[in-house]
Every structure is written in C-alpha cells, then in structure tokens.
Design a protein around this ligand. Structure first.
Ligand code: MEZ
Length: 594
C-alpha cells in the first residue's frame, strides 16, 4: 500500500514536472511520456490506477500497458514495413521497455550491437540518456526476502539452473542485470556439441564420449581440467535430450573446427542455435512461473562468518538496494569479452579489438565471485574468433566454414586450413594484408545453412554471378581467385586438400552465385573464470569448495583450457547449469547434509 501510494505521488510529480514538448532539433522526438501527454494519455493509463500495478524492476505492469494499447510484439512486428524489423529480431520475446522509455530517451536495444539508422519514437536522435531510478537507491532499511536458490545471470546456464532447481522442488529467484534475458547464449550461432546422441545415430555418425573428450582436450592445448571435460562429454547427449524434452529442435548435426566428427547440434536447416534455445528456456521458465527479475544487478554476494554463501544484495532499477537470503547461490553471469579494459588488462595485445558479445558481458559476475572467495583461473585465456564481419560485431558462424566456405586473402589466395582451431585461424588472418580476409561461399552453401540469410539481411555480403564478377567486386586479381577456387574444387573432388590439409571438404564451390564476407578476428569468449569442481561448486584458494556457492557457464574457468572448441559453450551451459541447479536445490532441501 505504502509503495503504491509512493508511485501515485511520483506519477503526479512527473506529470507536474514534465514540460510540454520541448523545442526539439530536427529528427528529435520528445520522450514518450511527453508524446503520450500531448495525445491526452495520462500517466495512469500506462502505470495504472489500481494498486495491482506496481512499478517493479522488470517493469511488468508498464509492459502490459504498452501491449494493451499497441498490441503484442508479434502484432507490432506484423505491421512493420522496413528492411530491418526490430520487433522481430533474434532477441525474441522481450519487454517493450528494453527499448522504449517513458522518462528517458528511448534507444533500440539492438543498436548496442548493430549500427542501423533506425528512428524510434521518444528518442532524441543518437542520444542515450542514462536511466534514472524512480526513487532514491539508498533506503535507510533494506528490505529482506528469503528463497531457496538465487541464480545470478539469465543466459542459457542461468535459465537451465533455474528450471532444474525449480523442477527439483526449490523456490528460485533468477536475477538479470540487463533489461532482457538471454545473455550471450542468445547470440550463439553455430550449435551445441554432444557425442553419442540419437540425432547422430539417426544420421549414421560414429562418435564417442572419449573422442569428444580427446578433441576438447587437444583444442584446449591439454590445459583444461580433465575432470570437467569428462563431465562435459559424458553428459552432452543427456543435455541434448533434456533440451529436446523441453521443446527444442537441435536435430541437425554439423561440424565445427577442431572436432573429429559431425557433433554440433542445431535447429533443422542449420538455423542459429542460441536464439532458439533461449526462446525454449524462456518459455519453460515462464510456464513454471519462475520469478525472473531483469534490471536487477547483484552488487554483493553475502557470506556468513565461515565464508559460506547465504544470499545476495541486489540493486534493482526501481527498488534500489535489497537483500535476498538463500540457501544456495548459483552464479551464471558470463564472461568479460565486452569489457575492453578487462580484456586489455589480461591481454594488452587485444586492446581495441571488436567483440562479438552482447553488451552485458562485462565480467562483473567474476568480480563478485572472486570477492566472495572464489579462486580465479586461466584469466589470460581469451578467445579471438577468426570471423567477425569487418567493421561490425556480427559473428559469421564457424558453421559456414563447416558447411564448405573457404577463406582467401586480399590477393585472392587461400592461406589456412579453414577448420583449424580458432587461435590458429585468427593468427593466420591477422598476418594477411589489412589483418582481414574474405569468407567465400556459393549458392549451395547458402542453401545448406539457414542462418546465412541473416548476413544478407544485414547487408554484409558481396556477390557476383561468376567467380570473375565476385573478384571484380572485391577488387581482387581475377585469375588468382579463379585458380584458388579451381584448385580447391579439385581437392574436394579428390577428397584431399594437399595444400592446407583441411580435414573435411563437404562441398565444392561451383553453384552460382558466388559470395564473400570480409571478416576480422574479434574478442569472442573468455575461457578463464571461477574454479569449480565436478559438482559445479565454486572453489576457494584453499582447494575447498565454498558452501552454498555454485557456478556454471562462461563465468567459470577450466572446461576449455587455453582454447575453446566451437559448439562447446552451449554444451557447457546446459550440462553445468543442470548440475549446478540440481545440487543447489538439493542443498536447499530441509534435511540435506551440508
Ligand atoms: O561455440 C561457438 O563459439 C560457436 C559455435 C561460434 C560460431 O562460430 O558459431
């Protein structure tokens, strides 16, 4: 009641303080509250007059009001006309308030990674005002809630841990600092590695847990934690089966660099894995009514006098600071590839490099975990992905190379086995003219992988009706590119790449049209992080685990060693997310031995 009273007062204050639409520069539009006011739409129509609507950190009430007047995301998206339709993006079902703001400039969330010119109502063009909390953040007395399990970070690992803990009977709160769930998992393109799955058997693919273990260790230069790699490989088929049981389609199987066989599972037709999995996990969390709070950064992991973890302190966008006491905390807050200072601190040579990551991948979870006594390991192991579209943050998935694309330099020559590990491919590209290369593919490859259409949609692809036309577009010596492709096609026919020893040659490049995307290496993944044991318990420096503290996904270190294989990340998030969620729920049971 008290909170409702405050909100009504606040709304009155806002109505009084809001100036009538300001004198705006060309291209600027007033903030949404002003626009609504000009149309005689009162504050109450968005915020409600009933005490049932409360401005929570996830802004659920306001979002329902947006939908009530403007229609659902799908309905708004169906009306869109332009080339880029932000309401129908890979971000999936997200809050209207992730982009639109009543009291600050609106900004399309997608512009944090993309650079379209895209007008948005309520935005002063190009200006992003900071979000101002509706009430002072520091309240004299912090509110305290209790639950069984708190999960920090709502990417695939966090949502998996939350669903698993919930299904094991625990009360769960899932906290996400960004305005949307999904984390980096939402951007995962290539697929999910798993060995001995039913989908591999159906396609006659011979694989084994042992081979996945060997490939992963070799890819990581044998610096991985062998016990964690064993868990990854042993549980991978179970993780695919679990996701399938939740409604995911990961029945297509491709091949990624460093893998001996086809084991990368992805949606039918080769669509991007991350957006699909995240939408499935979001739906399953919603069906279970799991308490998910966005705009809710954790600022402290709370410990007891013995160093055991007993809860978290949250700084909600509207609520300010409050405490959640919990029997277990699962940290799934991701890595730090989108934190250029942290990247440069550990690897000065990567200073200024673009990243393929979502803006929330800043590593604050790692800092929280370390402050709570967790041991950090392998922090210098930062993965550069060889193929980020030049001048952008858009990852060109390894699956394009897996399905047959080649890399050529600006002189039109191949220079590397395209399926070598990422560190080697990146190094090879960085030693070419302009520190970039072209990924070349044809119509056959385009048709083999649905997600390639996205690159056309984003205008990243150059094309030619013949190899000569393409060479002209790329301003490359025609005879050299023709000779390169001819030699490669002969290698495919002979099933032997004598030049670069590429291990898999799935398709010749003979079907017009011919395409090219300029690619450069970009910061993609941080292999280092909190040390965990095979129960996903966070380890302290004294080699003992920290009571009540679990972690999974990119925030942890050890699974991938010095170099992660493509497709092992989603696999890790699901496998260790399930282990962490299940063990956290077990700990929360009344009679468990702690
Ligand atoms: O696991 C990855 O990082 C991956 C498969 C990336 C990609 O190229 O699609």
């Amino acid at each position: 009641m008290k909170q409702f009273g405050r909100i009504v007062m606040l709304m009155g204050l806002i109505a009084l303080l809001l100036p009538s639409p300001r004198g705006l520069a060309a291209g600027e539009t007033a903030v949404l509250a002003e626009l609504h006011k000009a149309k005689q739409i009162s504050c109450a129509e968005c915020h409600g007059t009933s005490k049932k609507i409360i401005v929570d950190d996830s802004e659920k009430g306001v979002n329902l009001s947006c939908i009530g007047c403007h229609g659902s995301l799908d309905a708004v998206s169906a009306k869109a006309k332009g080339h880029i339709n932000p309401h129908k993006s890979h971000l999936g079902q997200i809050n209207c308030t992730a982009c639109h703001s009543g009291h600050n400039s609106s900004q399309a969330y997608c512009l944090k990674c993309h650079s379209y010119t895209m007008p948005i109502p309520g935005a002063a063009a190009g200006v992003v005002a900071p979000v101002v909390p509706l009430k002072a953040k520091k309240s004299a007395k912090k509110q305290v809630e209790t639950t069984d399990v708190v999960v920090i970070g709502a990417g695939a690992a966090g949502m998996t841990a939350a669903i698993t803990a919930h299904d094991a009977g625990a009360r769960v709160v899932l906290l996400e600092k960004q305005p949307i769930t999904g984390g980096n998992s939402m951007l995962a393109a290539g697929g999910m590695n798993a060995a001995e799955t039913t989908f591999q058997s159906a396609k006659g693919i011979k694989d084994s847990v042992e081979l996945m273990y060997d490939d992963t260790m070799k890819g990581g230069k044998n610096t991985n934690d062998p016990a964690l790699v064993r868990i990854l490989a042993q549980n991978s088929a179970g993780s695919v089966a679990w996701l399938t049981s939740l409604g995911a389609d990961i029945s297509d199987v491709g091949r990624m660099a460093g893998a001996s066989v086809y084991r990368t599972h992805r949606p039918t037709g080769g669509d991007a894995v991350g957006a699909h999995i995240v939408s499935v996990l979001r739906k399953n969390a919603a069906d279970r009514k799991i308490d998910i709070r966005v705009n809710s950064p954790v600022v402290r992991i709370i410990e007891d006098s013995k160093g055991g973890v007993t809860g978290v302190e949250v700084n909600g966008l509207h609520r300010g600071l409050y405490i959640i006491k919990a029997k277990a905390v699962v940290l799934t807050a991701g890595g730090f590839s989108a934190n250029p200072e942290k990247v440069a601190y550990y690897r000065p040579e990567f200073k200024g490099m673009a990243t393929s990551n979502q803006p929330g991948a800043t590593g604050d979870g790692l800092d929280l975990g370390a402050k709570a006594g967790g041991e950090l390991k392998d922090m210098k192991e930062i993965q550069i992905h060889p193929t980020v579209a030049a001048g952008s943050r858009i990852l060109i998935t390894e699956a394009v190379r897996g399905n047959g694309a080649i890399l050529v330099n600006h002189e039109g020559k191949r220079f590397v086995n395209e399926l070598t590990t990422r560190d080697k491919a990146s190094e090879a590209i960085l030693s070419q003219t302009g520190k970039s290369a072209y990924m070349i593919f044809d119509e056959g490859i385009r048709k083999s992988l649905k997600q390639i259409d996205g690159y056309f949609h984003l205008d990243l692809v150059k094309e030619g009706g013949t190899v000569k036309d393409l060479a002209d577009v790329l301003k490359m010596p025609v005879e050299t590119l023709e000779a390169t492709i001819d030699t490669y096609n002969k290698a495919v026919d002979a099933k032997n790449d004598a030049e670069f020893k590429r291990p898999d040659l799935p398709r010749a490049l003979r079907t017009a049209k011919y395409y090219a995307i300029e690619v450069k290496p970009g910061v993609h993944y941080t292999m280092g992080g909190l040390k965990i044991n095979t129960n996903a318990q966070v380890m302290a420096n004294d080699s003992k685990h920290i009571a009540g503290f679990f972690a999974a996904g990119e925030v942890t270190g050890g699974v991938h060693g010095a170099n992660r294989l493509g497709g092992n990340s989603i696999s890790e998030t699901i496998t260790f997310g399930r282990i962490a969620g299940s063990n956290a729920a077990e700990l929360a049971k009344p009679k468990s031995v702690k």
